[in-house]
Design a protein around this ligand. Structure first.
Ligand SMILES: Nc1nc2c(ncn2[C@@H]2O[C@H](COP(=O)(O)OP(=O)(O)OP(=O)(O)O)[C@@H](O)[C@H]2O)c(=O)[nH]1
Ligand SMILES: [Mg+2]
Length: 336
């Protein structure tokens, strides 16, 4: 039988059987617990995977099925522990989720403050994974979005604003018919949003801790079926809540692909000499003139160059957006 992996916990995979996934409005979906069959070898199974199951797929108490195959993934959202692929941490790659159609980048407008460096990294990861980005700005009751939106004006980046009492219709429409994954720092309100979208989800919600202290309320990714959209007959989609992340390492993204996360800069490179690396010390790089002519925000170019430098293992690459306090964090990494 075919299934869709909605949760992973200590070697046990919770799957919804194909067919049941479009199940009854608002009802809890029947699930099957499974383990990996030995023949999968070292291939990891992640939330969002479409799998083939054998054995006891009754879903009865104590029943355990086996995952014998992982279907080809439509998309794979990855991150690494570090940006530099020459280090062990840079090679440590984590698959965040499989088969997502949309990456919802959740950033609070305050508490914790927004970090465009982190959002830029998420955008690079989204374009690299061929997943559409959606910027979701939470805690709009605490601060305005002008500054963040101003930074992205050239991008036509779709966004939604959220506050505790805001209407979720626009967001539900954007989530309809697809699998969306929420990513963001701890405390930005991912689970709060999931609970509003899927009231029976009852995801644990935490108090905001200092970023980097490692107090994460959610500890694993979980996919939840969205309830039907009122008055519309279409598929409401799936939403995947994930644990807050401190960093979005991009060691797996090639230097060329990094530029795809900066569509506002791409055109500025057409007159660059062949093999231009677009770094600040490239005398002929077209990006300086592009920005000087007002075609893109200089902060975007600076962010792109920080990422380029960070991949090269330049220790100063984290840039101005890192605001961790003293005593926090154990190593230099791509946190922003
Ligand atoms: N003022 C305000 N507070 C909010 C809003 N959304 C969430 N919060 C609060 O922010 C805190 C953290 O919310 P969570 O939903 O647990 O954050 P999270 O992103 O799931 O965090 P992790 O699971 O640790 O990654 C909670 O105290 C929420 O009540 C909002 O729109 N406005
Ligand atoms: Mg959470």
């Amino acid at each position: 039988m075919d299934g869709f992996v909605i949760a992973v916990d200590r070697g046990r995979y919770t799957c919804v059987l194909a067919g049941a996934e479009h199940g009854v409005a608002g009802a809890e979906l029947p699930t099957v617990t499974a383990m990996r069959a030995r023949e999968l070898g070292r291939k990891s199974v992640v939330v969002g995977d479409r799998v083939s199951l054998v054995g006891d797929t009754s879903g009865a108490q104590g029943a355990l099925a086996r995952i014998v195959r992982i279907a080809e993934r439509r998309s794979v959202l990855r991150r690494t522990a570090d940006d530099d692929e020459t280090t062990a941490e840079g090679r440590l790659e984590r698959v965040v989720v499989a088969n997502a159609d949309q990456l919802v980048i959740v950033s609070a407008l305050a508490d914790p403050p927004p970090r465009t460096g982190f959002i830029d990294r998420c955008l690079v990861a989204a374009y690299d994974a061929d997943v559409e980005p959606l910027l979701c700005l939470t805690k709009a009751d605490l601060a305005g979005p002008q500054e963040v939106l101003g930074y992205y004006t050239e991008l036509e980046l779709p966004y939604v604003l959220n506050r505790p009492d805001s209407d979720l219709d626009a967001l539900r429409t954007l989530l309809g018919g697809r699998v969306s994954v929420l990513v963001g720092h701890s405390g930005v309100g991912k689970s709060t949003l999931v609970n509003r979208l899927v009231p029976e989800a009852a995801r644990a919600v935490g108090v905001v801790s200092a970023i980097g202290r490692g107090r994460h309320t959610s500890t694993s990714a979980v996919a939840l079926r969205l309830p039907p959209i009122a008055g519309v007959d279409t598929d409401p989609g799936w939403i995947i809540d994930t644990p807050g992340i401190r960093s979005f390492g991009l060691a797996h993204v090639s230097a060329d692909s990094l530029l795809h996360g900066f569509p506002d800069l791409v055109e500025g490179t057409v007159d660059c000499p062949a093999n231009c690396q677009h770094t600040a010390d490239e005398p002929q790089c077209g990006l300086d003139a592009w920005v000087a002519a007002g075609k893109a925000d200089p902060r975007r170019l600076a962010s792109y160059r920080r990422l380029l430098a960070s991949r090269a293992g330049d220790g100063d690459a984290r840039g101005e957006s890192d605001q961790r306090g003293p005593g926090e964090g154990d190593r230099r990494g791509p946190d922003e």
